[in-house]
Unconditional design. Structure first.
Length: 265
C-alpha cells in the first residue's frame, strides 16, 4: 500500500470520526433541550388527540411557549398521573403537568386556578356546604388528584376508616368511570374540576347530564412540577417561570388563559 493511499484512508477515517463526534454532540445537545412532561388526560388543561400523546390543552401549550423562549422543546407523554409522579421522582421523565400539591418536585409558579365542585344526578336535591355535608354521602374521586390544596385534600388523605364513604378511581379513565358510576346510582355524588366536566360528558356521548351541587371553597392552583433527580429540576422551573413572565408581559398569557377559560383567581 502506498503512503499516499494510507494517508488518504487515515484522512477519511479522521473526517468520519470528527463527523461522528459532531453528530453525537448535536444529539446530546438536542437531548439536553428536550423536556419530557407526563400526565393523564385532563382536558381542557391536558388533552390528547390520539390517546397516546399530550398534544393539546392549556398547560401543554403554555409549557411549549414558555420553554421555547428559553431554548427547550417540550414533549408531552400520556400516562396515569401516579405513574408520571413516580417516573419524575426517579428522573425517567422531566416532570408532571398539574401534580398534586404539596409536591416532591421543583414546583413552577401558579399559572391558573381550577375550581372543583360536587356533581349529582339531575334529580338530586343535595347540596355541598362543607365537610359536615359529606359525612354520610358516598362520592367518587380520582386517586392522587388534588382538588383544593386545603381542607378537602386533607380529608381525602385521611385513613380509610375515617372517610369510608369516599370511593377512589384509578387509571387513565378514572374520570369517565366516576361519571358512569354516578349516573348508574352507585354514588350519591362525585367530585370533579368544573372545567373538566363538559369534556367528560362529551366523551360519554348521548344526552348525559349532571347537576352541579356546590363547589369547594378554595380553588386548586395549576403548576408544573420538574424532576430533581438529575439536578436540573430547579433550573427548568426557573426557565419556565421566566418564560411565563415574558408571556405575561407580551399579553400572550392572558390570551391563552382566556382561550381556555382558565381563571387567575
Amino acid at each position: 500500500m502506498s503512503k499516499s493511499t494510507q494517508h488518504g484512508r487515515q484522512g477519511i477515517l479522521l473526517i468520519f470520526l470528527v463527523m461522528a463526534c459532531a453528530l453525537f454532540a448535536s444529539a446530546a445537545a438536542a437531548g439536553e433541550r428536550s423536556v419530557r412532561l407526563g400526565s393523564d388526560e385532563w382536558c381542557p388543561f391536558i388533552c390528547s388527540s390520539d390517546g397516546q400523546h399530550i398534544d393539546r390543552g392549556y398547560l401543554i401549550e403554555l409549557a411549549r411557549l414558555a420553554l421555547a423562549g428559553k431554548g427547550f422543546d417540550v414533549e408531552g407523554q400520556l400516562m396515569p398521573l401516579t405513574r408520571a409522579m413516580k417516573l419524575s421522582e426517579s428522573g425517567d421523565i422531566d416532570g408532571v403537568f398539574a401534580p398534586p400539591i404539596p409536591t416532591s418536585l421543583a414546583a413552577s409558579v401558579t399559572v391558573g386556578l381550577s375550581r372543583a365542585c360536587f356533581y349529582t344526578a339531575p334529580d338530586s336535591k343535595w347540596t355541598y356546604h362543607g365537610l359536615e355535608s359529606i359525612l354520610h354521602m358516598s362520592f367518587g374521586v380520582i386517586a392522587d388528584y388534588g382538588y383544593d390544596n386545603g381542607v378537602m385534600d386533607a380529608y381525602l388523605a385521611r385513613p380509610e376508616s375515617e372517610r369510608p364513604e369516599v370511593q377512589f378511581n384509578f387509571g387513565e379513565t378514572a374520570g369517565i368511570q366516576n361519571v358512569r358510576r354516578l349516573l348508574a346510582g352507585r354514588y350519591d355524588a362525585m367530585l370533579e374540576h368544573r372545567a373538566v366536566v363538559p369534556y367528560l360528558l362529551s366523551k360519554l356521548g348521548g344526552n348525559a347530564q349532571l347537576r352541579e351541587a356546590g363547589c369547594l371553597e378554595t380553588p386548586f392552583p395549576l403548576i408544573i412540577g420538574f424532576s430533581r433527580a438529575h439536578g436540573k429540576g430547579d433550573a427548568l422551573a426557573t426557565a419556565f417561570n421566566d418564560g411565563v413572565t415574558d408571556l405575561d408581559r407580551s399579553g400572550v398569557l392572558a390570551r391563552l388563559q382566556q382561550g381556555y377559560g382558565v381563571s387567575e383567581r
